[in-house]
Design a protein around this ligand. Structure first.
Ligand code: RB5
Length: 144
């Protein structure tokens, strides 16, 4: 299950991503927002982050105008590794190396065609499980 969340700056791109997920029959849960009316992105980052922390959803996609604010908010949550990507190379690498569990996108930065390819890459790339990558993730997750 993929958790989706956005603010007003990401709403239109989220609709494009929903079309892709429905075409590919990929199950998702939309945590809002539901229009282009101004809202506060940390609220949606938290809803999606909690869905991943609880195990309800396996991965998430968060979208704000730049992807920056919503990824900063998500990355404050334990166990959340949100990667802001503007290209497919980074989307692939962040799954393989960082085991990122949230993809962040900028609705005012990437067009829908590229965004859908980034999403497709992110959702279909596995973590490498290489010892060095796992060790680095453990260091990120440790409190020291
Ligand atoms: C909202 O205007 C904008 O600040 C937000 O979508 C995002 O880009 C924040 O990082």
């Amino acid at each position: 299950m993929i958790a989706l969340g956005c603010d007003h700056g990401g709403y239109e791109l989220k609709q494009e991503i929903i079309k892709y997920l429905e075409e590919k029959k990929i199950p998702y849960k939309d945590f809002g927002c539901d229009s282009t009316q101004s809202v506060d992105y940390p609220i949606y980052a938290r809803k999606v982050g909690r869905a991943i922390q609880s195990g309800e959803c396996e991965k998430g996609i968060l979208i704000c105008g730049t992807g920056i604010g919503i990824s900063i908010a998500a990355n404050k949550m334990k166990g959340i590794r949100a990667a802001l990507c503007t290209d497919c190379f980074s989307a692939e690498a962040t799954r393989q190396h960082n085991d990122a569990n949230i993809l962040a996108l900028g609705g005012r930065v990437v067009g829908p065609g590229l965004a859908v390819k980034i999403v497709d890459t992110f959702l279909h790339t596995e973590f490498s499980h290489d010892e060095r990558h796992q060790r680095r993730i453990n260091l990120i997750e440790s409190d020291e």
